[in-house]
Design a binder for this molecule. Sequence first.
Ligand SMILES: CC(C)(COP(=O)(O)OP(=O)(O)OC[C@H]1O[C@@H](n2cnc3c(N)ncnc32)[C@H](O)[C@@H]1OP(=O)(O)O)[C@@H](O)C(=O)NCCC(=O)NCCS
Length: 168
Amino acid sequence: MSLAVRKVRSEDAAAIVDILNPIISDGNLSVLDTPLSVEDEQEYIERFPALGVFLVAEDREGTIVGFQSVEPFATYTHAFDHVGTIGTFVGLPYRRKGVGTVLAKATFASARAVGFEKLFTYILATNDASLVFHQRLGFTVVGTARRQARLGGRYVDEVLIERFLDDM
Ligand SMILES: CC(C)(COP(=O)(O)OP(=O)(O)OC[C@H]1O[C@@H](n2cnc3c(N)ncnc32)[C@H](O)[C@@H]1OP(=O)(O)O)[C@@H](O)C(=O)NCCC(=O)NCCS
């Protein structure tokens, strides 16, 4: 698949919501549990931290097929300034075509360039595809937080994963 990766713009909000809301509705892939409006997403993009990374992947026709972001792990202390938390979302028709991998290559380099030294995130234990995807990108499993999320009235474990950016 021929892809171009670029920084997000606020006018991408509608395309992002079109990818994200079906993932939220699925209920097994993300801890996000409330569908987003285009206005919510626009505001999120506009307020995105300057020291974060938010990239979109476009196909040859300029359609946004996926996006990926890295945000500071925490802002209440400087102890985690070197740690970013990553999120990746690819539209259903475009999965398993290398979109997430192409985004990650650009995101890892950008994250390192803005000062992150490691990426850390949580994956719902019901999201096998995401775990394999992240392991393929060099993430390793730190452990499992049991009954960490409650979605639709049931508890779900979360798998904690990390990847150092030393090789960037
Ligand atoms: C997880 C996700 C981001 C992967 O993106 P993608 O563009 O489909 O991934 P890629 O095509 O780059 O796949 C790279 C590798 O990851 C693994 N992988 C990806 N999807 C997989 C799946 N459904 N089952 C098993 N392995 C999978 C494979 O090893 C794949 O390599 P291969 O196709 O050569 O075998 C995508 O499935 C997605 O957006 N899912 C819904 C949202 C989500 O779960 N986000 C993560 C939240 S933690």
